[in-house]
Design a binder for this molecule. Structure first.
Ligand code: BV8
Length: 259
C-alpha cells in the first residue's frame, strides 16, 4: 500500500457526502472467523461450504447442516470485533452518511457500533423454520443433531441466512442498489468478489461514478474496478483511513457538509 494511495482514499472520504462500505468474510478474519476461501478445518474439512450452505444440502442431511451452523455459531458468538470494525464504526461520526453493506452473517459490525448495517446474507444469530420461514423468537437451541421443530408449524428450524440458490432479502437488495447508485465512495473490504449478486454492487457503484477503494491483502475480483487498491488487512488499513480522515476533518475545520 503506497502512502499516496492512502492519501487519495482519505481525500475522497473527507470530501464525500455518501459513503458505503461493502464487506466480506475477510473483514472478520482478524476476529478469528475463517473466510470461505480458507479451507474448512477439522470435522468440516471434507465438506464444501457451497454444498452445506444450500437448502438441498439441508434437506439431504438436516442434522449435518444444523450441526455445522451450531458449530459456526458457537465460534462466532465467542468472537469480538477487531480494530477494523471499530474504526469503521468511528467513521459514522466523521462522515455525513455511512452505510455498511455486509455479506457477513456474524453481526460484528453492529457489535462494534456501526449504526446502519445491511445484512445482505442474513444472520447466523437468527433462525427461522424451513417451510414457512416463521421467525424463531426464543434462545437458539445449541444442539447437535436433528434441527428442532418450529413451535408454530413443526417444520425444522434452519439458520436465517441466505443459502446458495436462494434470493437475497428484497428490501436489503433494493437499498443496496440505490446506495450503489448514489454513493460518492464505496470502501470494499475483505471480499473475493466471487459471490453474486453481492459482487455486482461495487461494479454498479463504479458504473454510477463512485470512487472504489479496496482493502484486501490480495487482489480480488473487485480489484479491476478499484480506483485505489490498499493492500493490507482490514485491521491494519481501516484504522489508518480513520486517522487520516480525522486529520483531514481537523484541517478543514468545518463540520461535514449535510448528506
Ligand atoms: C442467488 C450465507 C438468485 C450462508 C452466503 C446456481 C444456482 C443458483 C445460484 C447460482 C448458481 N451458480 C452461481 C449462482 C449464484 C451464486 C454464486 O454467486 N455462486 C458463486 C460461488 C459463483 N449466488 C447465489 O446463489 C446467491 N443467490 O443468486 O439467488 C437465484 C436463485 C435461484 C436460482 C438462480 C439464482 C446467494 C449467495 C449467498 C450465499 N450465502 N453466506 C453462510 O455463510 O453459511 S455466501 C458466503 O460466501 C458469504 O456470505 C460471502 O458472500 C461468500 C464468501 O465471499 P467473501 O465474503 O468474499 O469471502 P471469501 O472467503 O470469498 O474471500 C475473503 C476475502 O477476504 C479474500 O479476498 C481475502 O483475500 C480477503 N481477506 C483475507 N484476510 C483478510 C482479507 N481482507 C481483509 N482483511 C483480512 N485480514
Amino acid at each position: 500500500m503506497t502512502p499516496e494511495g492512502l492519501e487519495r482514499a482519505v481525500g475522497w472520504l473527507a470530501d464525500a457526502r455518501r459513503v458505503v462500505a461493502s464487506t466480506g468474510a475477510g473483514m472478520s478474519k482478524e476476529s478469528g472467523i475463517p473466510t470461505f476461501r480458507d479451507a474448512l478445518e477439522g470435522l468440516w474439512e471434507r465438506y464444501d461450504p457451497e454444498s452445506l450452505a444450500t437448502e438441498r444440502g439441508f434437506r439431504a442431511d438436516p442434522p449435518l447442516v444444523w450441526s455445522w451452523y451450531a458449530e459456526r455459531r458457537r465460534q462466532i458468538v465467542a468472537c469480538r470485533p477487531h480494530a477494523g470494525h471499530y474504526a469503521l464504526a468511528e467513521m459514522d461520526a466523521l462522515l455525513p452518511s455511512l452505510v455498511v453493506l455486509t455479506q457477513n452473517i456474524d453481526g460484528l459490525h453492529a457489535a462494534a457500533g456501526s449504526r446502519d448495517v445491511v445484512e445482505l446474507h442474513g444472520s447466523i444469530r437468527r433462525v427461522k423454520c424451513l417451510d414457512a420461514h416463521h421467525p424463531f423468537t426464543g434462545e437458539i437451541p445449541d444442539t447437535e443433531g436433528a434441527p428442532p421443530p418450529c413451535p408454530r408449524c413443526g417444520s425444522p428450524l434452519r439458520p436465517d441466512v441466505v443459502w446458495f440458490g436462494e434470493v437475497l432479502p428484497e428490501e436489503a437488495m433494493e437499498r443496496a442498489w440505490i446506495l450503489a447508485e448514489m454513493c460518492d465512495v464505496m470502501l470494499v473490504v475483505g471480499t473475493s468478489g466471487l459471490v453474486f449478486p453481492a459482487a455486482d454492487i461495487p461494479r454498479a457503484a463504479k458504473a454510477a461514478g463512485a470512487r472504489i477503494v479496496e482493502v484486501n491483502p490480495h487482489p480480488s475480483g473487485i480489484t479491476p474496478v478499484a480506483d485505489v487498491f490498499l493492500r493490507g488487512s482490514a485491521g491494519e488499513v481501516l484504522p489508518m483511513l480513520l486517522e487520516g480522515l480525522k486529520r483531514a476533518k481537523a484541517e478543514s475545520g468545518g463540520p461535514h457538509p449535510a448528506a
